[in-house]
Design a protein around this ligand. Sequence first.
Ligand code: UDP
Ligand code: MG
Length: 322
Amino acid sequence: MTDTISIVLPVFNEEAGIKTTIDTLENYVAKQPEDYELIFVDDGSKDKSVDIIKSELEHNDNIKLVEFSRNFGHQIAITAGLQYTSGDAVVVMDADLQDPPEVIPSMIKKWHEGYDIVYGKRKQRDGESFFKKFTAAMFYRTFKKLATIDMPLDTGDFRLMNRKAVTQMQRLHEQDPFVRGQVTWIGFKQTSVEYHRHERIAGETKYPLSKMIKLALDGITSFSMKPLQLVSFFSVLPLVGGLIYLIYLIAVGGFTAPTVGITLMLFSVGLVFLSLGIFGSYLGRVLDQVNDRPRFIVRDTVGFQERQSSIHRLETRQRVSR
Ligand code: UDP
Ligand code: MG
């Protein structure tokens, strides 16, 4: 049986290059043994991107379009795109051909070898500023230290996921998803293929610094509690400082209004930070609960039909009763 591959492409103001992307992909798809559907998710473009896609859609029945009512962001566009896929496997890629379609066959090969998720690992990045590469490298290395998941370095959102993985991704309901973190979090058998990331074919990056910062913060706050816990440590310095100063005052008998004031101030600053730390730890738990991720994911079961369906019933009942 022929495999069907869904390609999800988030689009935001890509009029300059979208036609080339469609032509290149159609050309690529025509030569492949698999069946393909190309799902463009228009993330509230204000230019002619939608018109161009629509006119291509008329004579290519493997092209589909999901249009957002406004710009919700790249990560949401990917998340939504997954919901509309029907292929046996799904590939997510940029609409600017920075992720070359020639890499897809090697992803499919790994999938056929038994991997559920195959991510593209950038071994070279063309046409991106030193600032972008440097901040990205710093972010991934910091993230690795802070996060509870072991996200592979130098990967973006270019990857293949099989149907099982996509189904599990659809169970995550985060408001501000950090997709590459979620993909790591769901587990399964994951591997990578290396690729050379090209310069975008046309137009400017749609990721200004503000969106990069939001992405980085979403990544850290959804996968690490460490910054919250760190707040408690800020209390140690003023508290210990206050205590030492108090002992010193008792020893030398130097109680005056200013010295008592300094002692009180050190103590209270310490207590404020300590309280923030405690609040933070609780807030972290609330955040976890609000994220509402399923508590576990079963990759496969063999010969446990009864048990599996009862686990499913239990999960469903718990979710409905919340
Ligand atoms: N994109 C989107 N919504 C946004 C920003 C970007 O759908 O708010 C799309 C964009 O059209 C592209 C992909 O997401 O297909 C990645 O964005 P971009 O290529 O600008 O990021 P970069 O590759 O420069 O990191
Ligand atoms: Mg790009």
